[in-house]
Design a protein around this ligand. Structure first.
Ligand code: DC
Length: 229
């Protein structure tokens, strides 16, 4: 079967990464969670007291960013591509509400997006790639073989995300999670650089009432049809 590029975009907390990871494992593709990259940059800014630079001297911030490496390593034990800054695994830290509340602001900065898109396009696509985010089908890989746009009701998304955060040991109220999701959607959709849009070639999946397995089955049919034609 031909190896494909699969772009999964959509609203916050629609299970994009679970679907993307499931598909990558099933087909032996590389999986990249582009949201983790913007979260890594946000964590880097927070931990190094660089928030002021974001508004006042973005060029200096980008210079500092270029001194670190943001990369993924596949963890064979949990089958997750985990994100690292240099040699430090930051998978847990990037899920905090502090990072979540700031990440859309960071991701709206064009010079930061340019650096992240460069990294995303560096990936060797010959092995097949599933990448999830907000602008993958519209900007990063406009030539993707399959473009998906995931959405679900606000309440369903907040509940799912809240459960996941509690499971990861993060204490947070359901209301705070709901507010965060709604604010991020608003910021991500209204920014001027690479806003979250439904690409004209994207298939929209509302997964409010669908399990992960049902979605993977539906998308697998698209993949197998495309890869054999
Ligand atoms: O997928 P996520 O929720 O972890 O993404 C975190 C934030 O990063 C999201 O609110 C918007 C931003 N993002 C983006 O602007 N472009 C992407 N390709 C991926 C994420």
């Amino acid at each position: 079967m031909r190896k494909l590029t699969i772009a999964i975009d959509g609203h916050a907390s629609t299970g994009k990464s679970s679907i993307a990871r499931g598909l990558a494992l099933k087909y032996g593709y590389i999986y990249i969670n582009s949201g983790s990259m913007y979260r890594a940059v946000t964590l880097f800014a927070l931990e190094n007291n660089l928030l002021e630079l974001l508004d006042q001297n973005i060029d200096l911030f980008i210079e500092k960013l270029k001194n670190i490496s943001i990369n993924f390593k596949f963890n064979k034990n949990n089958l997750i591509s985990e994100i690292f800054i240099n040699d430090r695994n930051i998978e847990k830290e990037i899920g905090s509400l502090k990072v979540s509340n700031l990440v859309s602001r960071v991701a709206a900065i064009p010079k930061i997006r340019r650096e992240m898109v460069k990294l995303q396009r560096n990936i060797d696509r010959n092995k097949g790639v599933v990448m999830d985010g907000r602008d993958i089908g519209s900007v990063v890989f406009p030539d993707a073989d399959i473009k998906l746009f995931l959405t679900a009701s606000d309440a369903v998304r907040a509940n799912r995300r809240h459960k996941e955060m509690i499971k990861n040991g993060i204490t947070v109220s359901l209301d705070d999670v709901l507010n965060n999701i709604q604010n991020r959607d608003e910021l991500d959709s209204s920014r001027s650089d690479s806003p979250l849009i439904i690409d004209k070639d994207a298939k929209v999946i509302d997964n409010s009432n669908m399990s992960i397995e049902e979605q993977i089955d539906e998308i697998s049919r698209l993949i197998e049809e495309k890869a054999t034609n």
